[in-house]
Design a protein around this ligand. Structure first.
Ligand SMILES: Cc1ncc(COP(=O)(O)O)c(C=O)c1O
Length: 387
Protein backbone atom coordinates (compact mmCIF):
# COMPACT_ATOMS: atom_id res chain seq x y z
CA UNK A 1 0.00 0.00 0.00
CA UNK A 2 1.19 3.54 -0.70
CA UNK A 3 1.98 5.68 2.34
CA UNK A 4 -0.76 7.60 4.14
CA UNK A 5 -0.43 11.35 4.25
CA UNK A 6 1.93 12.93 6.77
CA UNK A 7 -1.09 14.91 8.02
CA UNK A 8 -3.05 11.87 9.11
CA UNK A 9 -0.13 9.95 10.57
CA UNK A 10 0.00 12.34 13.56
CA UNK A 11 -3.74 12.38 14.10
CA UNK A 12 -5.05 10.85 17.35
CA UNK A 13 -8.11 8.61 17.33
CA UNK A 14 -10.83 10.30 19.34
CA UNK A 15 -10.06 9.02 22.86
CA UNK A 16 -13.64 9.17 23.95
CA UNK A 17 -14.61 6.94 21.02
CA UNK A 18 -11.93 4.40 21.99
CA UNK A 19 -13.41 4.08 25.49
CA UNK A 20 -16.86 3.71 23.96
CA UNK A 21 -15.59 0.85 21.82
CA UNK A 22 -14.14 -1.00 24.84
CA UNK A 23 -17.33 -0.44 26.84
CA UNK A 24 -19.45 -1.68 23.90
CA UNK A 25 -17.33 -4.81 23.72
CA UNK A 26 -17.88 -5.54 27.44
CA UNK A 27 -21.58 -4.81 27.09
CA UNK A 28 -21.86 -7.24 24.20
CA UNK A 29 -20.43 -9.89 26.56
CA UNK A 30 -23.33 -9.16 28.93
CA UNK A 31 -21.42 -7.02 31.47
CA UNK A 32 -23.71 -4.50 33.23
CA UNK A 33 -21.81 -1.23 32.94
CA UNK A 34 -22.53 2.11 34.54
CA UNK A 35 -21.54 4.59 31.88
CA UNK A 36 -20.08 7.84 33.22
CA UNK A 37 -18.12 8.21 30.00
CA UNK A 38 -20.95 9.63 27.92
CA UNK A 39 -20.52 12.97 26.20
CA UNK A 40 -24.12 13.48 25.17
CA UNK A 41 -27.49 14.05 26.81
CA UNK A 42 -29.42 10.93 27.78
CA UNK A 43 -32.70 12.77 27.11
CA UNK A 44 -34.57 12.15 23.87
CA UNK A 45 -34.92 15.01 21.39
CA UNK A 46 -38.11 16.85 22.45
CA UNK A 47 -41.25 15.79 20.55
CA UNK A 48 -42.04 19.17 18.93
CA UNK A 49 -38.56 19.18 17.34
CA UNK A 50 -39.02 15.68 15.95
CA UNK A 51 -42.44 16.72 14.58
CA UNK A 52 -40.81 19.57 12.64
CA UNK A 53 -38.51 17.04 10.97
CA UNK A 54 -41.42 14.74 10.07
CA UNK A 55 -43.18 17.75 8.51
CA UNK A 56 -40.04 18.68 6.54
CA UNK A 57 -39.97 15.21 4.99
CA UNK A 58 -43.71 15.29 4.23
CA UNK A 59 -43.28 18.68 2.55
CA UNK A 60 -40.36 17.30 0.51
CA UNK A 61 -37.89 19.68 2.11
CA UNK A 62 -35.26 17.15 1.14
CA UNK A 63 -32.98 18.91 -1.34
CA UNK A 64 -29.76 20.92 -1.14
CA UNK A 65 -29.99 24.21 0.71
CA UNK A 66 -27.40 26.99 0.59
CA UNK A 67 -24.07 25.54 1.70
CA UNK A 68 -24.14 27.81 4.76
CA UNK A 69 -27.69 26.86 5.73
CA UNK A 70 -31.22 28.12 5.12
CA UNK A 71 -32.08 31.79 5.38
CA UNK A 72 -34.69 30.99 8.08
CA UNK A 73 -32.26 29.11 10.32
CA UNK A 74 -29.54 31.74 10.00
CA UNK A 75 -32.17 34.32 10.88
CA UNK A 76 -33.22 32.25 13.93
CA UNK A 77 -29.60 32.13 15.11
CA UNK A 78 -29.33 35.92 14.65
CA UNK A 79 -32.51 36.39 16.67
CA UNK A 80 -31.18 34.14 19.44
CA UNK A 81 -28.08 36.33 19.88
CA UNK A 82 -30.20 39.48 19.76
CA UNK A 83 -32.66 38.12 22.32
CA UNK A 84 -30.13 36.56 24.70
CA UNK A 85 -27.19 38.97 24.45
CA UNK A 86 -28.41 42.09 22.63
CA UNK A 87 -25.85 41.32 19.90
CA UNK A 88 -26.64 42.07 16.23
CA UNK A 89 -25.33 39.82 13.49
CA UNK A 90 -26.20 39.89 9.81
CA UNK A 91 -27.73 36.44 9.12
CA UNK A 92 -26.55 36.45 5.51
CA UNK A 93 -22.87 37.16 5.99
CA UNK A 94 -21.99 36.84 9.69
CA UNK A 95 -23.71 33.51 10.45
CA UNK A 96 -23.49 30.07 8.88
CA UNK A 97 -25.07 26.73 9.74
CA UNK A 98 -22.71 23.78 10.14
CA UNK A 99 -22.79 20.03 10.85
CA UNK A 100 -22.40 20.62 14.58
CA UNK A 101 -20.05 22.95 16.41
CA UNK A 102 -17.29 20.55 15.44
CA UNK A 103 -17.54 21.53 11.79
CA UNK A 104 -17.78 25.22 12.72
CA UNK A 105 -14.52 24.87 14.65
CA UNK A 106 -12.80 22.94 11.88
CA UNK A 107 -13.93 25.44 9.23
CA UNK A 108 -12.44 28.19 11.41
CA UNK A 109 -9.18 26.26 11.86
CA UNK A 110 -8.80 25.76 8.12
CA UNK A 111 -9.75 29.34 7.32
CA UNK A 112 -7.34 30.90 9.82
CA UNK A 113 -4.42 28.67 10.79
CA UNK A 114 -1.26 27.80 8.89
CA UNK A 115 2.24 26.57 9.65
CA UNK A 116 4.04 28.98 11.96
CA UNK A 117 0.86 30.05 13.77
CA UNK A 118 0.42 29.32 17.47
CA UNK A 119 -2.98 28.58 18.91
CA UNK A 120 -3.51 28.70 22.66
CA UNK A 121 -5.57 25.86 24.11
CA UNK A 122 -6.30 25.98 27.85
CA UNK A 123 -6.13 22.59 29.58
CA UNK A 124 -8.09 20.54 30.30
CA UNK A 125 -9.34 20.77 26.72
CA UNK A 126 -11.94 19.13 24.52
CA UNK A 127 -10.15 16.42 22.57
CA UNK A 128 -10.67 17.74 19.03
CA UNK A 129 -8.98 21.16 19.42
CA UNK A 130 -5.36 19.99 19.26
CA UNK A 131 -6.07 17.61 16.39
CA UNK A 132 -7.90 20.24 14.35
CA UNK A 133 -5.09 22.74 14.92
CA UNK A 134 -2.52 20.15 13.83
CA UNK A 135 -4.58 19.24 10.76
CA UNK A 136 -4.41 22.91 9.79
CA UNK A 137 -0.59 22.76 10.19
CA UNK A 138 -0.39 25.15 13.17
CA UNK A 139 1.21 24.65 16.60
CA UNK A 140 -0.75 24.02 19.79
CA UNK A 141 0.31 26.00 22.86
CA UNK A 142 -1.17 24.46 26.01
CA UNK A 143 -2.09 26.70 28.89
CA UNK A 144 -2.89 24.91 32.16
CA UNK A 145 -5.83 26.22 34.17
CA UNK A 146 -5.60 25.64 37.92
CA UNK A 147 -7.64 23.27 40.02
CA UNK A 148 -7.64 25.79 42.87
CA UNK A 149 -9.21 28.34 40.48
CA UNK A 150 -11.82 25.73 39.58
CA UNK A 151 -10.21 25.44 36.12
CA UNK A 152 -11.33 28.93 35.16
CA UNK A 153 -8.97 31.25 33.29
CA UNK A 154 -7.81 34.82 33.74
CA UNK A 155 -6.72 37.38 31.17
CA UNK A 156 -3.33 37.64 32.91
CA UNK A 157 -2.75 33.91 32.35
CA UNK A 158 -3.65 34.29 28.66
CA UNK A 159 -1.38 37.32 28.33
CA UNK A 160 1.59 35.34 29.63
CA UNK A 161 1.07 32.70 26.90
CA UNK A 162 1.01 35.20 24.01
CA UNK A 163 3.86 35.44 21.53
CA UNK A 164 4.13 37.38 18.25
CA UNK A 165 2.97 34.16 16.56
CA UNK A 166 -0.25 33.75 18.50
CA UNK A 167 -3.08 33.52 16.00
CA UNK A 168 -5.93 32.45 18.23
CA UNK A 169 -7.12 31.45 21.67
CA UNK A 170 -9.72 28.68 21.86
CA UNK A 171 -12.09 29.06 24.78
CA UNK A 172 -14.71 26.57 25.86
CA UNK A 173 -16.78 27.63 28.85
CA UNK A 174 -18.79 25.96 30.34
CA UNK A 175 -16.01 23.50 29.84
CA UNK A 176 -15.82 19.92 28.71
CA UNK A 177 -14.33 18.19 30.73
CA UNK A 178 -13.94 20.39 33.84
CA UNK A 179 -17.38 22.02 34.07
CA UNK A 180 -15.61 25.37 34.66
CA UNK A 181 -17.19 28.67 33.69
CA UNK A 182 -15.60 32.07 33.03
CA UNK A 183 -16.06 35.24 35.02
CA UNK A 184 -17.87 37.65 32.60
CA UNK A 185 -15.36 40.46 33.29
CA UNK A 186 -12.48 38.14 32.35
CA UNK A 187 -14.11 37.18 29.05
CA UNK A 188 -14.63 40.86 28.26
CA UNK A 189 -10.98 41.57 29.02
CA UNK A 190 -9.83 38.60 26.93
CA UNK A 191 -11.77 39.90 23.92
CA UNK A 192 -10.24 43.36 24.47
CA UNK A 193 -6.80 41.79 24.72
CA UNK A 194 -7.41 39.92 21.45
CA UNK A 195 -8.28 43.19 19.75
CA UNK A 196 -5.23 44.98 21.16
CA UNK A 197 -2.78 42.16 20.48
CA UNK A 198 -4.25 41.01 17.14
CA UNK A 199 -5.36 37.45 17.69
CA UNK A 200 -8.74 35.73 17.45
CA UNK A 201 -10.91 34.40 20.25
CA UNK A 202 -12.64 31.24 19.08
CA UNK A 203 -15.38 30.68 21.59
CA UNK A 204 -16.94 27.22 21.73
CA UNK A 205 -20.27 27.70 23.44
CA UNK A 206 -21.71 24.22 23.00
CA UNK A 207 -22.65 24.11 26.69
CA UNK A 208 -23.82 27.74 26.79
CA UNK A 209 -27.14 26.85 28.47
CA UNK A 210 -25.60 24.42 30.96
CA UNK A 211 -25.03 26.90 33.77
CA UNK A 212 -26.00 26.05 37.33
CA UNK A 213 -25.01 29.28 39.08
CA UNK A 214 -25.44 32.59 37.28
CA UNK A 215 -26.63 33.11 33.70
CA UNK A 216 -25.43 31.96 30.28
CA UNK A 217 -22.48 33.91 28.94
CA UNK A 218 -21.38 34.44 25.35
CA UNK A 219 -18.43 36.23 23.82
CA UNK A 220 -21.09 37.78 21.53
CA UNK A 221 -21.75 40.27 24.32
CA UNK A 222 -18.29 41.80 23.96
CA UNK A 223 -18.00 42.64 20.26
CA UNK A 224 -17.44 40.71 17.09
CA UNK A 225 -14.32 42.11 15.50
CA UNK A 226 -11.95 39.35 16.67
CA UNK A 227 -14.44 36.77 17.84
CA UNK A 228 -15.69 33.60 16.20
CA UNK A 229 -18.45 31.74 18.00
CA UNK A 230 -19.25 28.06 17.59
CA UNK A 231 -22.69 27.10 18.87
CA UNK A 232 -24.76 23.95 18.68
CA UNK A 233 -28.16 22.33 19.07
CA UNK A 234 -26.46 19.09 20.12
CA UNK A 235 -26.41 19.42 23.90
CA UNK A 236 -29.01 22.13 24.53
CA UNK A 237 -31.81 20.29 22.72
CA UNK A 238 -30.51 16.71 23.04
CA UNK A 239 -29.86 16.66 19.28
CA UNK A 240 -26.36 15.22 18.99
CA UNK A 241 -27.25 12.92 16.08
CA UNK A 242 -28.92 15.63 14.02
CA UNK A 243 -25.61 17.41 13.44
CA UNK A 244 -26.64 21.05 13.54
CA UNK A 245 -24.45 23.84 14.85
CA UNK A 246 -23.44 27.28 13.70
CA UNK A 247 -20.58 29.71 13.38
CA UNK A 248 -20.90 33.44 13.99
CA UNK A 249 -18.17 35.96 13.24
CA UNK A 250 -16.73 38.64 10.98
CA UNK A 251 -18.12 38.47 7.40
CA UNK A 252 -14.75 37.99 5.73
CA UNK A 253 -13.88 34.99 7.88
CA UNK A 254 -17.36 33.51 7.60
CA UNK A 255 -17.14 33.84 3.82
CA UNK A 256 -13.91 31.82 3.84
CA UNK A 257 -15.42 29.22 6.19
CA UNK A 258 -18.47 28.86 3.96
CA UNK A 259 -16.25 28.32 0.92
CA UNK A 260 -14.49 25.49 2.77
CA UNK A 261 -17.77 23.91 3.82
CA UNK A 262 -19.19 24.21 0.30
CA UNK A 263 -16.27 22.16 -1.01
CA UNK A 264 -16.31 19.57 1.80
CA UNK A 265 -19.84 18.69 2.83
CA UNK A 266 -22.20 21.29 1.29
CA UNK A 267 -25.18 22.10 3.51
CA UNK A 268 -26.02 20.37 6.78
CA UNK A 269 -29.03 18.05 6.31
CA UNK A 270 -32.09 20.02 5.16
CA UNK A 271 -34.45 18.07 7.44
CA UNK A 272 -32.25 18.58 10.49
CA UNK A 273 -32.12 22.31 9.70
CA UNK A 274 -35.93 22.44 9.93
CA UNK A 275 -35.77 20.60 13.26
CA UNK A 276 -33.15 23.08 14.52
CA UNK A 277 -35.33 25.99 13.39
CA UNK A 278 -38.14 24.63 15.59
CA UNK A 279 -35.70 24.08 18.48
CA UNK A 280 -34.46 27.68 18.38
CA UNK A 281 -37.78 29.42 17.80
CA UNK A 282 -40.22 27.42 19.96
CA UNK A 283 -40.77 27.87 23.69
CA UNK A 284 -37.53 27.08 25.57
CA UNK A 285 -39.29 25.33 28.47
CA UNK A 286 -37.82 21.94 27.51
CA UNK A 287 -34.32 23.36 27.99
CA UNK A 288 -34.99 24.68 31.50
CA UNK A 289 -36.54 21.35 32.48
CA UNK A 290 -33.46 19.43 31.34
CA UNK A 291 -31.08 21.88 33.03
CA UNK A 292 -32.95 21.55 36.34
CA UNK A 293 -32.52 17.77 36.16
CA UNK A 294 -28.80 18.06 35.34
CA UNK A 295 -28.32 20.38 38.35
CA UNK A 296 -29.86 17.81 40.67
CA UNK A 297 -27.68 15.03 39.20
CA UNK A 298 -24.56 17.17 39.54
CA UNK A 299 -25.24 17.76 43.23
CA UNK A 300 -25.74 14.05 43.93
CA UNK A 301 -22.72 12.99 41.86
CA UNK A 302 -20.29 15.48 43.40
CA UNK A 303 -21.44 14.82 46.94
CA UNK A 304 -21.06 11.06 46.38
CA UNK A 305 -17.60 11.41 44.83
CA UNK A 306 -16.37 13.52 47.73
CA UNK A 307 -17.41 10.76 50.14
CA UNK A 308 -14.76 8.47 48.64
CA UNK A 309 -11.40 8.80 50.31
CA UNK A 310 -8.74 9.67 47.72
CA UNK A 311 -11.16 11.65 45.50
CA UNK A 312 -11.46 15.44 45.68
CA UNK A 313 -14.10 17.09 43.51
CA UNK A 314 -14.95 20.78 43.12
CA UNK A 315 -18.59 21.57 42.41
CA UNK A 316 -18.61 22.29 38.65
CA UNK A 317 -20.59 25.39 37.68
CA UNK A 318 -21.56 24.22 34.19
CA UNK A 319 -21.67 21.56 31.41
CA UNK A 320 -22.55 18.00 32.52
CA UNK A 321 -19.19 16.75 33.69
CA UNK A 322 -17.38 16.49 37.01
CA UNK A 323 -13.58 16.47 36.88
CA UNK A 324 -12.39 15.09 40.22
CA UNK A 325 -8.79 14.96 41.35
CA UNK A 326 -8.09 11.24 41.77
CA UNK A 327 -4.34 11.30 42.40
CA UNK A 328 -5.07 10.10 45.95
CA UNK A 329 -6.08 6.72 44.48
CA UNK A 330 -2.78 6.13 42.70
CA UNK A 331 -0.89 3.27 44.29
CA UNK A 332 0.64 -0.07 43.27
CA UNK A 333 -0.14 -0.82 39.62
CA UNK A 334 -2.37 2.28 39.34
CA UNK A 335 0.09 5.02 38.52
CA UNK A 336 -2.00 7.44 36.47
CA UNK A 337 -5.55 8.34 35.45
CA UNK A 338 -5.52 5.95 32.50
CA UNK A 339 -4.62 3.00 34.75
CA UNK A 340 -7.36 4.08 37.12
CA UNK A 341 -10.03 4.40 34.38
CA UNK A 342 -9.13 0.88 33.18
CA UNK A 343 -9.27 -0.42 36.77
CA UNK A 344 -12.73 1.11 37.32
CA UNK A 345 -14.01 -0.40 34.08
CA UNK A 346 -12.64 -3.86 34.78
CA UNK A 347 -13.24 -4.11 38.55
CA UNK A 348 -16.42 -2.08 39.02
CA UNK A 349 -17.94 -1.93 35.52
CA UNK A 350 -17.88 1.88 35.72
CA UNK A 351 -16.92 3.79 32.57
CA UNK A 352 -14.97 7.03 33.12
CA UNK A 353 -12.49 8.88 30.94
CA UNK A 354 -8.90 9.48 31.92
CA UNK A 355 -7.89 13.11 32.38
CA UNK A 356 -4.85 12.32 30.24
CA UNK A 357 -7.15 12.44 27.19
CA UNK A 358 -7.91 16.07 28.04
CA UNK A 359 -4.33 16.98 28.80
CA UNK A 360 -4.49 16.54 32.60
CA UNK A 361 -3.29 13.44 34.38
CA UNK A 362 -4.49 13.11 37.98
CA UNK A 363 -8.14 13.67 37.06
CA UNK A 364 -11.05 11.69 35.63
CA UNK A 365 -13.92 12.98 33.54
CA UNK A 366 -17.20 11.78 34.99
CA UNK A 367 -20.36 12.51 33.05
CA UNK A 368 -23.67 12.88 34.85
CA UNK A 369 -25.68 12.85 31.63
CA UNK A 370 -27.30 9.66 32.82
CA UNK A 371 -30.25 8.76 35.04
CA UNK A 372 -30.27 9.22 38.82
CA UNK A 373 -30.57 5.44 39.20
CA UNK A 374 -27.36 4.88 37.28
CA UNK A 375 -25.58 7.68 39.14
CA UNK A 376 -26.50 6.10 42.46
CA UNK A 377 -25.51 2.62 41.26
CA UNK A 378 -22.16 3.91 39.95
CA UNK A 379 -21.40 5.69 43.22
CA UNK A 380 -22.30 2.51 45.16
CA UNK A 381 -19.84 0.53 43.03
CA UNK A 382 -17.05 3.07 43.48
CA UNK A 383 -17.59 3.17 47.23
CA UNK A 384 -17.53 -0.65 47.36
CA UNK A 385 -14.27 -0.74 45.39
CA UNK A 386 -12.49 1.86 47.51
CA UNK A 387 -14.38 1.45 50.80
C1 LIG B 1 -16.61 21.23 23.97
C2 LIG B 1 -17.26 20.62 22.78
N1 LIG B 1 -17.21 21.28 21.62
C3 LIG B 1 -17.78 20.79 20.51
C4 LIG B 1 -18.44 19.57 20.53
C5 LIG B 1 -19.05 19.07 19.27
O1 LIG B 1 -20.42 19.30 19.28
P1 LIG B 1 -21.33 19.12 18.00
O2 LIG B 1 -22.15 17.90 18.24
O3 LIG B 1 -22.15 20.37 17.96
O4 LIG B 1 -20.44 18.99 16.83
C6 LIG B 1 -18.50 18.84 21.71
C7 LIG B 1 -19.14 17.52 21.74
O5 LIG B 1 -18.93 16.72 22.60
C8 LIG B 1 -17.90 19.39 22.88
O6 LIG B 1 -17.95 18.75 24.05
Amino acid sequence: MLALSERVSHLAVSATLAVKRKADELRSQGVDLVDFGIGEPDFHTPEHIKQAAYRAIKENFTKYTDAGGTRELRQAVAEKYQRDYGASFDPQCEIMITCGAKQALYNAALALFEPGDEVIVPTPYWVSYPEQIKLAGATVVYLDTREDSEFSLTTKEVERALTPRTKALILNFPNNPSGATLVPGELKRMVELARARHFYVIYDECYEQFIYDGSPLSAASFGKENVILAGSCSKTYAMTGWRIGWAVGPAQILHAMEKIQSQCTSNPTSIAQRAALEALTADQGCVSEMIAEYRHRRDVMVEGLNEISGIRCKLPKGSFFAFPNVAGLFEGPIQNSTDLARHLLEKAGVVTISGVEFGRDGFLRISYATSMDRIEEGLRRLKRLFG
